[in-house]
Design a protein around this ligand. Structure first.
Ligand SMILES: *Cc1c(COP(=O)(O)O)cnc(C)c1O
Length: 406
């Protein structure tokens, strides 16, 4: 008899996006002439930088002749890309990360999910609330949680991100073994200072814990005092793994390329309490279960680090940041409490009403789609998320309509 992994049965069906779609469709049927503006999406909307598509085309042409054709590449990624990443994203910022500590992959989503198979089921996991749902659901699948009760899974240490802590979680009362942090944050758009991040690094060192640091939105950081990488913090290399992606900085959500940094010093412990390095374990896992990102995609990603690519990605992100700034400015004028909107494409707004009520009001009165905060966790109740991933014209129009509606 083939028995199934019953932990999957604990998962809550994600009604968030289907529920949004249903309400938007109903509104559109009743108001066929009304143009809807979507500020709910967590996906980029602008084309790949020209430097990337040029490199992409060129690499595809290389695949078309026997002389330059490439078959299986190194599972960890080609050296040309790993070197460019190490130099530009880390060494240039004073973070001592070398190319062989970088594992190129097809997504930060899969990497954040896959990494936890290196750890035992009985570890205690700390997960932010509100949260990018992947961290939570993958731990449910792995059997690291109990059942779902009153909006939360039993056995998880939730790290509340609220107005009281300025949306940067405080150290938990119960000591975790694995800690998820994401800054700039999705969904709140909040950022973490070096001093705050150091508190977490020190805490992980003291407690023999490991931090999984999701830096998917680092390109949106314009405040030079904020850390773009956790390895800018002293002592982080022993206790942190970092996830990065080309999805949000260079528009690779449909092209697929990301990477994970596992420093050589980073360690866990075996059942005898002996230190075990994580790098060889992740290398083994990666080589056994993954066969590399396609060559043309890695060439396209490499182009992000060319002179033209740097300028183009910076301009791309600047466009979204301009939208975010407009949203934040208008929301402030309307008197709402909010976080994000600078150093981030997201604006997290306290609505002083139920999340879905706020959603319905914006949809019905302004024809604007947002994401109800309650969909990201218990602490998201009462909030909505607006996203800057749209055209400036649409954002202008949406903010004007929201002003009129309120
Ligand atoms: C978009 C996003 C990612 C990137 O995921 P990919 O699989 O690389 O596209 C990672 N983490 C968070 C929090 C995100 O919002």
């Amino acid at each position: 008899m083939i028995t199934i992994n019953e932990h999957y049965l604990k998962l809550q069906a994600s009604y968030l996006f289907s529920n949004i779609a249903k309400r938007v469709n109903t509104f559109q049927e009743q108001n066929p002439d009304k143009e809807i503006i979507r500020l709910g999406i967590g996906d980029v909307t602008r084309a790949l930088p020209a430097a990337c598509t040029e490199a992409f085309h060129k690499a595809i042409d290389e695949m078309a002749t026997d002389a330059s054709f490439r078959g299986y590449g190194p599972e960890q990624g080609y050296d040309f890309l790993r070197n460019a990443i190490a130099e530009n994203d880390f060494q240039s910022r004073g973070a001592d990360i070398s190319a062989d500590e970088i594992f190129v992959s097809d997504g930060a989503k899969c990497d954040t999910g896959n990494i936890q198979e290196l750890f035992t089921t009985d570890i205690k996991v700390a997960i932010p609330d509100p949260v990018y749902p992947v961290y939570l659901d993958t731990n449910v699948m792995a059997g690291r949680t109990g059942t779902y009760e009153d909006g939360r899974y039993r056995g998880v240490i939730y790290l509340d991100s609220t107005k009281e802590n300025n949306y940067v979680p405080s150290l938990p009362k119960e000591v975790p073994d694995l800690i998820y942090l994401c800054f700039p944050n999705n969904p709140t758009g909040s950022t973490i200072t070096k001093a705050e991040l150091k508190t977490w690094v020190d805490y992980a060192r003291e407690n023999k814990a490991l931090i999984l640091f999701d830096a998917a939105y680092e390109a949106f950081i314009r405040d030079e005092s904020l850390p773009k990488s956790i390895y800018e913090i002293e002592g982080a290399k022993e206790v942190a793994i970092e996830f990065r992606s080309f999805s949000k900085n260079a528009g690779f959500t449909g092209t697929r390329c990301a990477y994970t940094v596992v420093p050589k010093e980073c360690a866990g412990f075996d059942s005898n309490g002996n230190k075990q390095l994580i790098h060889p374990l992740w290398n083994r896992r990666h080589c056994t279960k993954f066969n590399g990102v396609s060559y043309p995609v890695q060439r396209a990603a490499e182009a992000v680090y060319s002179e033209a690519g740097k300028n183009q990605t910076r301009a791309l992100v600047a466009g979204y940041l301009k939208n975010a700034d407009l949203i934040a400015t208008e929301i402030k004028k309307l008197g709402f409490d909010f976080v994000g909107g600078d150093n981030s494409p997201y604006i997290w707004i306290q609505g002083n009403r139920d999340s879905w009520e706020f959603f319905d009001m914006l949809l019905n009165k302004a024809g604007v789609v947002c994401t109800p905060g309650a969909g990201f966790g218990k602490c998201g109740e009462g909030y909505i998320r607006l996203s800057a991933f749209n055209s400036y014209e649409n954002v202008e129009k949406a903010m004007k309509r929201i002003k009129e509606a309120l």
